[in-house]
Design a protein around this ligand. Structure first.
Ligand code: PMP
Length: 394
């Protein structure tokens, strides 16, 4: 049986991590993998998570199964965090999932169950896992233009033109904030225009929100998702707690499905729970419980928000520093987009050849499409990166 299996393509980012580990140079810099790192290069356990874990150890009396949808308190707390009451709770079905990836996967499966004809429109580029899961599920996918490599911003005209192909029942996958891999984001006005287009043809939005709190703030980063949620009759939302709670390996996420009216919610809820049952049965609980504790306890929440804000501001500071260093060295403003981008990533717009040159000659590892993880930098390495970018001739 196993002899029938074909080798799978290597994950580019994991391969990059391995190459980085094997690089003997002392001054090497890893800007590849998408985890937050502090100035010391550590991905810390957040303070509020540590406190909540300690409290949980004291009070937890059982590790028996939760429900198929996970703990309802987790869904309530996350729905409040993401949507803040813009949609009536009784229109929202929700299930806990293993990470944001689990939510994305099941959102796709839900789409396929509800409408096998639906095409999923994805930004070009998007998080590669979107494409590979869609391909794995054999779902028709259409790319829409998104990134303008000349300006480092969004190619909004191209995007709107490509959305002209939408038909009723198609799905448009949008990043709620902090677009991965580009760092370039739609303005709220542009989101509104996309919403109008989707509503005009009867297309359904799906939002992937994996970095709430990493861009402009918790509410600011949720603003686009809330706009879509209150403006469209049906919406899917996949939310990840991996980054903003720093609980990557706990696999904590929530899939939400907003139905047109509350009478449809029980069946939608039943279908999401069914998908959990088929795929893994009960979702992981530890991370979800910590998130619930933090979001529902004033002291823990304040502690979490303070640290999240430190994380956000440190990345913004690095962006400013990198943009100004590149302005100085290039004698131009052509890299200023780095300061305008939001979230953990920026696509620099370097050719694969230059990306390779930066790696070979300067020991700086970025993804082949020139995506850098801003959090892989610190105040000392920003000038090193800027210098390398200019020296290779970018
Ligand atoms: N969506 C996007 C756009 C992401 O960047 C990520 C994390 N890389 C996820 C979803 C899911 O992350 P996780 O499964 O670790 O929660």
């Amino acid at each position: 049986m196993f002899s029938n299996l074909k080798p799978q393509p290597a994950d580019k980012i994991l391969a990059l991590m391995a190459a980085y580990r094997e690089d003997p140079r002392d001054q090497k810099i890893d800007l590849g993998v998408g985890v937050y790192k502090n100035a010391e290069g550590v991905t810390p356990v957040m303070r509020a998570i540590k406190t909540a874990e300690k409290q949980l150890w004291e009070v937890e009396t059982t590790k028996s199964y939760t429900g198929l949808a996970g703990d309802p308190a987790f869904a309530d707390a996350m729905i409040k965090l993401v949507l803040d009451g813009v949609v009536a709770r009784d229109r929202i079905a929700a299930v806990a999932t293993p990470g944001g990836t689990g939510a994305v996967r099941q959102a796709f499966e839900c789409i396929r169950m509800a409408n096998p004809e639906a095409r999923v429109f994805v930004s070009n580029p998007t998080w590669p896992n979107h494409l590979s899961i869609l391909k794995f599920l054999n779902m028709p996918t259409v790319e829409y233009r998104y990134f303008d490599s000349e300006t480092g911003g969004v190619d909004f005209d191209g995007l709107m033109e490509d959305l002209n192909q939408l038909k009723a029942g198609d799905v448009v996958l949008l990043h709620g904030c902090c677009h991965n891999p580009t760092g370039a984001n739609l303005t709220l006005d542009q989101f509104q225009a996309v919403v109008d287009k989707m509503n005009e043809v009867g297309a359904v939005p799906m939002i992937d929100i994996a970095y709430q709190g990493f861009g402009d703030g918790l509410d600011e980063d949720a603003a686009a998702t809330r706009l879509v949620a209150k403006s469209c009759p049906e919406v899917l939302i996949a939310a990840s707690c991996s980054k903003n709670f720093g609980i990557y390996r706990e696999r904590t996420g929530l899939l939400m499905a907003i139905s047109e009216n509350a009478s449809l919610t029980p069946v939608t809820q039943g279908n999401l729970a069914f998908l959990n049952r088929q795929n893994f049965s009960f979702p992981p609980d530890h991370g979800a419980r910590l998130v619930t504790m933090i979001l529902t306890d004033d002291a823990l929440r304040a502690e979490w928000q303070t640290e999240l804000e430190e994380v956000r501001l440190s990345m913004l500071g690095l962006r400013e520093q990198l943009a100004s260093e590149l302005r100085r060295l290039s004698n131009s403003d052509r890299f200023d987009f780095v300061a305008r981008h939001r979230g953990m990533f920026s696509r620099l717009g370097l050719s694969p050849e230059l990306v390779e040159k930066v790696r070979a000659e300067h020991g700086i590892y970025m993804v082949g499409d020139s995506r850098i993880n801003i959090a892989g930098l610190n105040a000392q390495t920003v000038p090193v990166l800027a210098d390398a970018i200019i020296k290779v001739g970018a």
